[in-house]
Every structure is written in structure tokens, then in C-alpha cells.
Design a protein around this ligand. Structure first.
Ligand SMILES: NC(=O)c1ccc[n+]([C@@H]2O[C@H](COP(=O)([O-])OP(=O)(O)OC[C@H]3O[C@@H](n4cnc5c(N)ncnc54)[C@H](O)[C@@H]3O)[C@@H](O)[C@H]2O)c1
Length: 265
């Protein structure tokens, strides 16, 4: 589905990849409903998009708020017209601790934002999307869905849930006008740790991983919608782990463990 002239809903649009997705979409002629829980983040995204001539409407919604998500399709349609695509990008990481030290409230919040958020969004928008001549759903998972990162086990589980949910949804929607994409980003240069309220003490001798710039990730995601790709991995790290975790999952886990062990005391 070409995005030119279409109405696209982007969650987590106030920062990081969501902001860059919004800018990429308006550059290609789409109108964007930018959703985030933080108004000040959305205001900045709208300012940047307007400066390049884009049409963006902002919606302050926490994707875990079932009533607000259910009301979103009508609110967006009123401002921008019928919705053609949703991009479930909003997400948070968990506190950087082992399961033994992770409190249940944090674990549940991660599942609520990362898994139930996209599920609620799909439940709210799918009836409308099925009425469009062509439509698309893109869900952002993570490399952590197929390669275990110690200290992010529940985050990884939430993203593995997004992976299977999205793959199942794609099979269910085969033969309809709705395309579906699951995205596996590797390490992307954003402020996700800070935005998730986490502080990480990175040891001075730890090798910082190579990251993919957020605008590059955003471009890959919009390309994936336009070419109806079922799945994409973003970054050489995500591509390599996608291969290795199927070829030799134990070796893949050991490599990541060695890289991350110094972060977990
Ligand atoms: N940054 C990475 O290295 C990386 C790697 C793999 C996957 N991802 C995934 O990519 C997505 C985007 O991550 P990012 O790095 O751009 O993050 P980010 O923190 O830069 O942006 C995320 C945005 O989502 C918003 N948000 C958080 N919880 C929300 C909620 N409950 N309701 C509405 N908005 C909410 C935040 O306010 C923020 O503006 C996430 O799903 C993340 O898990 C990121």
C-alpha cells in the first residue's frame, strides 16, 4: 500500500522511532494521527512535521487505557478521515534486573504497554481497516523476541508475544485487503531507557553496541508497508541474530550473555 494520501495512526509518535516514522510518512504524503502518552513529546513531533509541510493531528492516549483506545478510531476519523494503516510502535523496556529482582508491577506494566497495547489497538481499528480498499497493520517487536537478553527477560517475552500475535494476525487476514508486518529492530539510537524511566550504569570498559539511526529504521518500516513485507529485521545486529538464533539458539544466547553480563551484578 502506497502511503501517499493515506491516513496512518502511529503510536509512540512523540519520540525516537515513532517521531521519525511520522516525519517519513508526511514526507511521502501521508496524514498522520500521532499518538503518545506525553503531550510535550507530541507537540515537538507536530512542530517538526508542520515545518516540512506535513499534516499531523495529535492524540494524548496511553495505549494501556482500553476506553481511550476504543474511542480513538472515531476521534481520528473526525480530524483526518478514515484510517488506512496503524503502526504499533509505542513500547517500554523493563528495569535492567534479573527475574529474581523484578517486581510484578513492572513486569505487568511491560506486558500491558508492549503486548496488550497493540492488541487493543488492533481490536479497535481492524473493523474499520477491513472496510478500506487497502490497509495495513505494522507492529514493532524486537530482536529481543528471538534472542534472549539477560535483564530484559520480560521485555523479550512481551516482544515474542507481539511476534506471534502479528504472525497469526497476518495468516488470519490473508485474502483480505489488510497487509500485516512485524518489525524486529536491533539496537536503535533512541532514548528508550530514559523514556521508560530506567537508569543504567554502563561500566566504562563495556563495548557500546553499534546502533542504527532512528530515521533509517523509520524509512525501513514505511518501505515495509509500501511493499507489504511480512517481516523485517532492522540493523546488522538484528539480521545476524535472526539467522544465528535459528541456526544455533544456544550459541546466540551465549554471545548475548557475554556482551551483557557486566551490566547485571
Ligand atoms: N531503541 C531500540 O534499540 C529498540 C530496539 C528494538 C525494539 N524497539 C522498540 O521500538 C519501539 C520504539 O522504541 P524507541 O526506541 O523509539 O522508544 P522511545 O522511548 O524513543 O519512544 C517511545 C515513545 O512511546 C511512548 N510511550 C511509551 N509508553 C506509552 C504508552 N503506554 N502509550 C502511549 N505512548 C507510550 C513514549 O512516550 C515515547 O514517546 C518500542 O516498541 C521498542 O520496544 C526499540
Amino acid at each position: 500500500m502506497k502511503v501517499n494520501g493515506k491516513v496512518v495512526v502511529v503510536t509512540g509518535a512523540g519520540n525516537g522511532m515513532g517521531r521519525e516514522i511520522t516525519l517519513e510518512l508526511v514526507r511521502r504524503g501521508a496524514k498522520v494521527a500521532a499518538v503518545d502518552m506525553r503531550q510535550e513529546f507530541l507537540d515537538e513531533t507536530k512542530k517538526l512535521a508542520t515545518a516540512i509541510g506535513g499534516t499531523v493531528e495529535t492524540f494524548v492516549v496511553d495505549v494501556t487505557d482500553a476506553a481511550k483506545v476504543a474511542a480513538l478510531p472515531t476521534a481520528v476519523e473526525k480530524k483526518l478521515g478514515a484510517v488506512d494503516a496503524i503502526m504499533n510502535n509505542a513500547g517500554i523496556i523493563q528495569p535492567f534486573v534479573k527475574i529474581n529482582e523484578l517486581d510484578m508491577a513492572s513486569a505487568q506494566r511491560v506486558m500491558n504497554v508492549n503486548f496488550y497495547g497493540p492488541l487493543q489497538m488492533v481490536k479497535a481499528f481492524l473493523p474499520g481497516l477491513l472496510k478500506r480498499p487497502e490497509a495495513h497493520i505494522l507492529n514493532v517487536s524486537s530482536m529481543g523476541a528471538y534472542a534472549p537478553v539477560p535483564g530484559q527477560s520480560v521485555y523479550g517475552a512481551s516482544k515474542a508475544a507481539v511476534k506471534l500475535f502479528t504472525e497469526g494476525l497476518r495468516s488470519e487476514l490473508m485474502g483480505t485487503s489488510v497487509g500485516v508486518t512485524v518489525v524486529f529492530p536491533g539496537a536503535i539510537a533512541t532514548n528508550i531507557a530514559e523514556n521508560s524511566g530506567m537508569h543504567m550504569d554502563v561500566p566504562a570498559d563495556m563495548k557500546t553496541p553499534k546502533t542504527t539511526p532512528a530515521p533509517q529504521a523509520a524509512k525501513a518500516m514505511v518501505d515495509a508497508i509500501e511493499s507489504n513485507k511480512p517481516r523485517i529485521c532492522i540493523g546488522s545486529d538484528a539480521k545476524m541474530m535472526d539467522f544465528l538464533s535459528r541456526l544455533n539458539p544456544v550459541m546466540a544466547a551465549n554471545i548475548i550473555y557475554k556482551q551483557m553480563a557486566s551490566l547485571l551484578k
